[in-house]
Design a protein around this ligand. Sequence first.
Ligand code: HPA
Length: 272
Amino acid sequence: MTAYDQAAAAAAHLRSRGVEGATLGVILGSGLGMFAERVQDPVVVSYREIPHWPVPTVVGHEGQLLCGTVGGVRVICLQGRAHYYEGHPMERVVFPTRVLGLLGVKTLLVTNAAGGMNPGFAPGDLMIVTDHVNLMGVNPLRGEHDERFGPRFADMTHAYDRQVQELIIQTSFQLAVSAVRGVYAAVAGPSYETPAEIRMLRTIGADAVGMSTVPEVIAARQMKIRIGAISVITNAAAGVTGEPLSHDEVTATSKRVGKKFSDLIEAVIPKL
Ligand code: HPA
């Protein structure tokens, strides 16, 4: 069975469960699952029930799909994602994104927790992603090509839609939520970076670093899905303050900013 056929089977299963009619998708990052409470009248499907769907194993990732409305807009919300560092091949990491595309999603909001190395950033800041640097060492489009997902050599010039970025920034002003803009560097993980690696990432133009998002964005752009991405800066990147990093700090910051993060996404969705 090709990756396309598997994605089509997953999409067909979801349609049979009532997951239909949404043109907007939201992927929730580490510790950011609380936004799912804002989805009204949801159909909830556990990832385990969806054919071929990768099941995440990380603490802080619930592992379910919700389809309902937010501000009157029908959305599909993924609460939890599979990461490359869990051992999933890239093709599986981007499987859910492709299924969303087959279900008719035209705009995807991708969220993540990230370490900040821009000295102007503080833990708890929300960063609107303007561009990325893929340092994962792999590309999800590598391997057998299926034109039904889009072109082999997918364009990444405007990967993060300008209009979506502006809408998120405007909305953050209206809500008096401070948001910054920046470039997201994706690494494979799962160990955190060394201070020397963070100095390198800063030098090459990155503002924040994390272990997700870029595969999904690449797969989505191949399908011509419009992208908005928000990083929650959960910690100062390695060496910035000298304090050691921990996953507990990451999830604690995500929890702390959960309300403003959820308020922002909830307010943005009807404008997209
Ligand atoms: N580095 C990589 N990934 C992360 C970090 C970090 O500092 N914080 C949250 N995800």
